[in-house]
Design a protein around this ligand. Structure first.
Ligand SMILES: *Cc1c(COP(=O)(O)O)cnc(C)c1O
Length: 457
């Protein structure tokens, strides 16, 4: 067999024509979203005022295995996809491992991450429906940037509620969003009732994704022709991200490889869900399948230390209840946490798959360990990775080092979700030895759990 090239490219024609809906194969499917007022499953009619209608249909679809990608979305994809699948020869050599390491790099577009894959789909469906505007929240800024690009492309107005601490740390993110025409408001703000309530209770509140979501949803519900768009967690977002895994699988087949281990960082869970979905299809069908590892920050450990139960997706309790691993909607990660992945909950799909043992493992890693791996990777592979992505790098390196011990030639695939160009404040803190780790105590976590609603079904 000839040597596997460094980069395995697919042609434009090989971009998948449909997303894969893993829920159609899950037994059991995850429990439905509940209306917190009635405790009954949310219906299309109840969700339509919040999200654009096609996204709600996808959200409620647990029967169609494949959902066609409209040509206009697929044509946009062609501007930055297929994304490269890279054989990490230089990292393998650096580690002295017999493992074959592959990564799928999603940071090559202006938004700098995989989030554009869903942003363009959500903006397209909003435009099709004749809507005028979208609202959203953003934490680290990648999602806001991706949606700003997508709304700019389709001529939709966009208001982005940006977690205050991130807005202060990342002024350049704000500049990019504004360049694409978005209005950016640090959250909590005085522009919404939810924001004013939070500020009244705590004027120094530095914000969280949950808070920003409350504000964005409130505005979407009040303004004519406006809907809310979410960048992770929900099933339709995970669906759009399956483009990552579908492309990866095709590319690996070309070089006769199949992963023994699939690793992804887990924030809201959409990128990992998307990367692993087509391989998970094998597992759900009872075939040989990879060992799946979800990696999360030790400072925001929803899978490894969270509770599996119904919780609100936001602090202001304007969203439906979702059954998921959660730290409680009131959980706010420590302010010294620089690495993204700050959301209190986890995708219901990922949560259910983890609960049922289909995702084999979740690991929590500290941010200094993560940045050590990031720097090692950057120096040999040339790409400056996003801190979020570097959670996956950390565990990929650990697994490759295990192979060095045992002499096993395992094939490892991980998701390199984005670039670290906007995270230089965090890199500087690490380089100057100022980065610290904070691991919440059980007591800290109890405070978050106490904010979960009491749901008895
Ligand atoms: C948003 C983001 C993540 C987290 O993705 P989820 O799909 O929410 O788990 C990871 N990496 C980068 C670069 C991101 O921007």
């Amino acid at each position: 067999m000839s040597k596997v090239p460094y980069k395995i490219y697919l042609s434009e024609n090989e971009i998948p024509r449909a997303w894969y809906n893993v829920r159609a194969d899950m037994k059991p499917d995850h429990p439905p979203f509940l209306n917190p007022g009635t405790m009954k499953p949310m219906t299309l009619e109840e969700l339509e005022p919040v999200f654009c209608t096609e996204c709600v249909k996808q959200e409620l679809n647990n029967t169609d295995r494949f959902i066609e990608i409209p040509d206009e979305i697929r044509n946009f994809y062609k501007m930055y996809r297929p994304s490269p699948l890279v054989r990490a020869y230089c990292l393998e050599r650096e580690l002295g491992t017999p493992a074959h390491i592959y990564y799928k790099y999603e940071g090559g577009n202006t938004s700098g991450s995989h989030k554009l894959n869903s942003a363009i789909a959500q903006a397209y469906y909003a435009k099709q429906q004749g809507l005028k505007a979208l609202t959203t929240e953003t934490g680290a800024g990648q999602w806001g940037t991706a949606l700003a690009m997508a709304c700019g492309y389709f001529g939709l107005d966009l208001t982005v509620y940006m977690v205050k601490v991130s807005a202060e740390q990342k002024p350049h993110r704000r500049a990019v969003m504004q360049t694409y025409g978005a209005q950016v408001i640090p959250s909590p703000s005085d522009t919404t009732e939810a924001g004013r309530k939070i500020l009244a209770a705590d004027p120094n509140n530095t914000g969280s994704l949950g808070t920003a979501i409350s504000e964005a949803v409130e505005v979407a519900l009040q303004k004519e022709g406006t809907r809310y768009a979410l960048g992770s967690v929900l099933d339709h977002v995970l669906l759009h991200q399956t483009i990552i895994g579908l492309e990866s699988k095709i590319a690996m087949e070309k070089v006769d490889e199949y992963p023994d281990i699939v690793i992804g960082c887990a924030g809201g869970g959409s990128n990992l869900g998307g990367l692993m979905a087509p391989f998970m299809a094998d597992k759900l069908a009872g075939k040989t399948a990879p060992h799946f590892i979800a990696v999360e920050p030790a400072s925001c450990p929803s899978l490894t230390r969270g509770r599996f139960g119904y919780d609100f997706c936001d602090v202001g309790h304007v969203t439906p209840l979702a059954q998921m691993y959660t730290l409680g909607n009131g959980f706010i990660p420590s302010a010294n946490h620089a690495g993204g992945l700050r959301y209190h909950g986890m995708s219901p799909v990922l949560s259910q798959l983890y609960h049922d043992g289909y995702i084999d493992e979740a690991r929590a890693v500290t941010q200094t360990e993560v940045f050590e791996a990031a720097v090692k990777f950057a120096r040999v592979e040339g790409i400056l990775p996003a801190p979020e992505s570097s959670h996956a790098i950390r565990v990929a390196v650990d697994e490759a080092l295990k192979c060095k011990e045992t002499g096993e030639e395992k094939t490892i695939l991980f998701g390199l979700t984005g670039t670290g160009y906007f995270d230089l404040t965090a890199y500087t803190a690490f380089n100057e030895g100022r980065m610290t780790d904070y691991i919440p105590t059980d007591e800290d976590l109890e405070k978050g759990f106490a904010t979960m609603p009491k749901v008895s079904l």
